[in-house]
Design a protein around this ligand. Structure first.
Ligand SMILES: Cc1cc2nc3c(=O)[nH]c(=O)nc-3n(C[C@H](O)[C@H](O)[C@H](O)COP(=O)(O)OP(=O)(O)OC[C@H]3O[C@@H](n4cnc5c(N)ncnc54)[C@H](O)[C@@H]3O)c2cc1C
Ligand SMILES: *[C@@H]1O[C@H](CO)[C@@H](O)[C@H](O)[C@H]1NC(C)=O
Ligand SMILES: *[C@@H]1O[C@H](CO)[C@@H](O)[C@H](O)[C@H]1NC(C)=O
Ligand SMILES: *[C@@H]1O[C@H](CO)[C@@H](O)[C@H](O)[C@H]1NC(C)=O
Ligand SMILES: *[C@@H]1O[C@H](CO)[C@@H](O)[C@H](O)[C@H]1NC(C)=O
Ligand SMILES: CC(=O)N[C@H]1CO[C@H](CO)[C@@H](O)[C@@H]1O
Length: 512
């Protein structure tokens, strides 16, 4: 009798604590789930009816099934989850905005633990007037921009998509149109609160664990989990000009395309004509009619000027356009700072709600003083005179250099400044093909864009690499290490990894 009731009591307790492991729904790792439950860590597994709200990442082309999605409410939960995973031999990745091009926040392979930082969603500008904002590890860019603006009329450099998370963005670069003036998002990070592989919560700053601070800025996915970032901010500009010009005729021949591109490269390098307030991207859009497969190519100059409309139209615009054919489209608008960010956003708001796309992308960083005519000829020949593309795509040359640009200031310190080594960069080429969610993107699309990458590299006469935030999921681990870090950074990263994550708990297909 006694035995039976004790057995019943234990069984009842077990099923309430470890309920998710009952019922044979085919979950991955019962020992892991028991450990999480015993530590009161909130989590979801694929037996949960609302699993579909937790298992998706932005790139719908690459979806993986985690062993568990952990939903910590505080750093103690993060710490317990990392220890539970480590003890059970399961690898871990954090998820901030889930916008990794390889879906690495779900591990990049099946069966890992995803630590979803969605509850680390607060942004607080210091009331002490230091201009430093404490940003939770799961905050998305739109809400972060709104919060620092509302709390003190401040701003931080970042990319244009409001649903990207600070966790992946500020640890792998973070380029936006304001970066020429203020640096990358990563350059704003003055301190992080980090959970290590052994569960220790610690601080990473220039004075506290400087090796950890160095490695987290460039390779956080391999090193630790930042539960919060302390970011420097600067006063938000009062007025921002957003401009887009369309040039249909520029792409009528390779020669004309090379001439127009070279003009803009020379113009932005001329310190008499421009300063850090002006930035742009030169974009070749290759659209395709879904039925006839007829291709339309458009050359666009998109950018922003952190100043007034009168100055823009009087002195910037005429000089920039002087060496180009007549624009076939012009859209120049003036905004307040938040209005300019909303204008950049795909849905016109800064809400940063979840969004999804089915795509592949790669990148090439091109060092100062920019792309030479031979490489530019190969680039445009590939797009204009080469084999017809299998899918529509966009190739965007995003400006990192140019006269008075501030991104490369840290170059003097790199690679000792951060594990993110890309500093002497003039352009980052960003090549991207996207399909509707329900249609598989063909392998030929990946081969085509990798061909475009090689076309740029063949006769390039300056240094080049690739930009880790625009993660190229087609690279092997070794290739990724070579283009994202290079030998010197890799050598130090391996040493730091051996100290902070000797058991390789933080892992994805390209991690250190
Ligand atoms: C639509 C879109 C637009 C983009 N625009 C730009 C742009 O304008 N400029 C630009 O520079 N980049 C841009 N990117 C690239 C973007 O910066 C990267 O994809 C970035 O890594 C995404 O961060 P995330 O937190 O959203 O992604 P996640 O997938 O959550 O994270 C990416 C990686 O970082 C790790 N990670 C996330 N949070 C943490 C943390 N707190 N601590 C430790 N590791 C963490 C993850 O484990 C994963 O390996 C864009 C991406 C998309 C999809
Ligand atoms: C995500 O969850 C939904 C609902 O259970 C499921 O249909 C889908 O296949 C899952 N995706 C992955 C990649 O596991
Ligand atoms: C953070 O998330 C909580 C819980 O969902 C929500 O109540 C709160 O409003 C969010 N805060 C911000 C700044 O979004
Ligand atoms: C640089 O800009 C100035 C001012 O617009 C212009 O007069 C000059 O010709 C430019 N130099 C070159 C080399 O284009
Ligand atoms: C956790 O790892 C850090 C970094 O290696 C180390 O300094 C610390 O002593 C470790 N803590 C424990 C409890 O082992
Ligand atoms: C930099 C830039 O040009 N941003 C936006 C300006 O506004 C247009 C819409 O008119 C957007 O498409 C651009 O992305």
């Amino acid at each position: 009798m006694m035995h039976i009731s004790l057995f019943l009591l234990v069984a009842t307790l077990a099923s309430s604590v470890f309920g998710k492991t009952q019922g044979g729904c085919g979950c991955f790792n019962r020992a892991l789930e028991k450990c999480l439950a015993a530590n009161h860590v909130p989590f979801k597994v694929r037996c949960d009816s609302d699993w579909a709200d937790y298992n998706k990442t932005f790139n719908s082309r690459l979806q993986f099934t985690p062993a568990a999605v952990v939903l910590p409410n505080n750093p103690k939960h993060v710490s317990a989850a990392v220890v539970c995973a480590g003890k059970n031999g399961v690898k871990v990745q954090a998820k901030s905005g889930g916008h990794s091009y390889g879906s690495y926040s779900t591990g990049g392979i099946d069966g890992q633990v995803m630590i979803d930082l969605r509850n680390f969603n607060e942004t607080a500008l210091s009331p002490k007037g230091t201009g430093v904002a404490v940003v939770g590890g799961g905050v998305r860019l739109g809400p972060m921009a709104k919060a620092v603006h509302a709390q003190g009329n401040r701003a931080i450099s970042h990319g244009e998509c409001p649903s990207v998370g600070i966790g992946g963005h500020a640890t792998h670069g973070g380029w936006g149109y304001t970066s020429r003036a203020w640096g990358l998002s990563l350059d704003h990070v003055v301190e992080m609160q980090v959970v290590l592989a052994n569960g220790t919560q610690t601080r990473a700053s220039p004075h506290s664990n400087p090796d950890l601070y160095w490695a987290m800025r460039g390779a956080a996915d391999s090193i630790g989990i930042a539960t919060s970032f302390s970011m420097r901010t600067q006063p938000a500009p009062e007025e921002v000009i957003n401009f887009t010009y369309e040039f249909r005729t520029v792409l009528e021949s390779v020669e004309q395309a090379v001439r127009a591109f070279t003009w803009l490269q020379n113009y932005i390098s001329n310190s008499t004509a421009v300063d850090r307030r002006l930035s742009f991207a030169l974009q070749t859009d290759v659209a395709m009619d879904p039925v006839t497969r007829a291709v339309t190519k458009t050359f666009l100059v998109h950018g922003t000027f952190l100043g007034g409309l009168a100055e823009y139209t009087a002195s910037i615009e005429p000089e920039m356009l002087r060496g180009l054919p007549a624009a076939t489209g012009r859209d120049v608008t003036s905004h307040d700072y938040l209005g300019s960010l909303a204008k950049l956003s795909p849905d016109g708001t800064l809400d940063g709600g979840p969004s999804y796309a089915n795509f592949f992308a790669n990148s090439v960083t091109i060092d100062n003083p920019g792309i030479n005519e031979e490489a530019l000829t190969d680039y445009f020949t590939y797009m204009l005179a080469g084999a017809p593309p299998p899918v529509p795509y966009v190739s965007s040359m995003e400006l990192w250099g140019g006269a008075d640009g501030q991104i490369d200031l840290a170059a003097k310190k790199a690679p000792s400044f951060a594990a993110f080594p890309h500093r002497n960069v003039f352009w980052t080429a960003h090549n991207r093909a996207q399909y509707p969610p329900q249609i598989p993107l063909p392998d030929e699309a990946i081969a085509y864009l990798n061909g475009l990458r090689h076309a740029i590299l063949q006769r390039l006469d300056v240094g080049s690499a690739a930009y880790p935030a625009l993660l190229d999921a087609s690279l092997t681990r070794e290739e990724a290490h070579a283009v994202y870090y290079g030998d010197a950074v890799m050598e130090r990263l391996r040493r730091v990894k051996a100290v902070y994550d000797p058991g390789n708990v933080f892992s994805n297909p390209q991690s250190v």
